[in-house]
Design a protein around this ligand. Structure first.
Ligand code: NDP
Length: 292
């Protein structure tokens, strides 16, 4: 039997519609417009596409988008100067520095220079610590989107076995923290994990965040499991460029209970959650009740 396909595109549209409604109310009742500043250093083509999409969707939900495009040779002092000005600007509620940064810039230093209250990516060390200790944090957008889809599909996650493949700071680790927060029994697997197939087969919830095209076959999926595929990999097949996930969709869809496709799964949820985080940051900055 084929798995249910979790439609991240439709889910993200719903999230964006809720954000837009809340933003319209904020403007009408409080005269406040949430603002998101996105900083791009250099000309990485994938980053340019992401930044363009973020800017477009920010405006579509009624927020103000501030785009700062800096040349690749920008110095650390110049970048830190800009972040300082954005931190101090009351019209800017969220700040996102598009990663990866050019090699001469220290991304930890730059990210930690962002005011944690405006850190809508949730990468500042304060937000990482708050999330890890179960306190109110800015939660990284990609894992937050995954959690929302999991809750929507499964209801309570309590007691379920979750396996997260990948331990990056931006996806794997925060994903594991969120699943733990929802009372899953969490395993984090990575490149040194022994018998990854056996580890994956234990999972009621399997999250793949590796960056290796179709590396997880259906044979590693427990029958009925919920599979969240974070991977975005560009491959050449039949003379065409194609996007595929970290999971071999064709075989996994026959075994899983539910699965996110690539594209159209986790990807669209990431920007929707960025907008939701910006709205939350704006409400907090103004002492207003936060959106649910
Ligand atoms: P990283 O490269 O930072 O991390 C990859 C992780 O996968 C590492 O922890 C690595 O282990 C692990 N890994 C690598 N090879 C193997 C293997 N053979 N077996 C088991 N684990 C392995 O990637 P990111 O977390 O940044 O991204 C992961 C994927 O998600 C990418 O495809 C990326 O494009 C995508 N992505 C998608 C987003 C979206 O919006 N949908 C947002 C962000 C990322 P180790 O630590 O041991 O090296």
């Amino acid at each position: 039997m084929s798995a249910k396909i979790i439609d991240g595109k439709a889910f993200a549209e719903g999230v964006r519609a809720q954000v837009a409604e809340h933003v319209a109310r904020l403007r009408e009742e409080q005269g406040i417009t949430p603002g998101l500043a996105v900083v791009l250093v250099g000309e990485d083509p994938a980053s340019q596409v992401y930044v363009r999409n973020k800017g477009k969707q920010t405006v579509e939900v009624g927020m103000t988008s501030y785009e700062h495009k800096l040349p690749a040779e920008t110095s650390e002092a110049e970048l830190l100067g800009l972040i300082g000005r954005l931190n101090a600007d009351p019209a800017v509620h969220g700040i996102l520095v598009q990663l990866p940064l050019p090699k001469h810039l220290d991304s930890d230093l730059v990210i930690n220079a962002i005011d944690p209250a405006k850190d809508v990516d949730g990468f500042h060390i304060s937000n990482v610590g708050l999330l890890g200790t179960g306190q109110k944090a800015m939660v990284p957008c990609t894992p937050l989107g995954c959690l929302m889809m999991l809750r929507d599909h499964l209801g309570s996650l309590s007691g379920l076995d979750a396996v997260v493949v990948g331990r990056s700071n931006i996806v794997g680790k925060p994903m594991a923290q969120l699943l733990l927060g929802d009372s899953c029994t969490v395993t984090i697997a990575h490149s040194r994990t022994k018998d990854l197939g056996a580890v994956c087969r234990r999972a009621d919830i399997l999250v793949a965040a590796v960056g290796r095209p179709e590396m997880i076959p259906g044979a590693w999926v427990k029958p009925g499991a919920t599979v969240i595929d974070v991977g975005i990999n560009r491959i050449e097949r039949d003379g065409k460029t194609k996007l595929v996930g970290d999971v071999d969709f064709a075989s996994a869809v026959e075994v899983a209970g539910a699965i996110t496709p690539v594209p159209g799964g986790v990807g669209p949820m990431t920007i929707a959650c960025l907008l939701a985080n910006t709205l939350t940051a704006c409400c907090r900055a103004n002492g207003l009740p936060e959106p649910e």
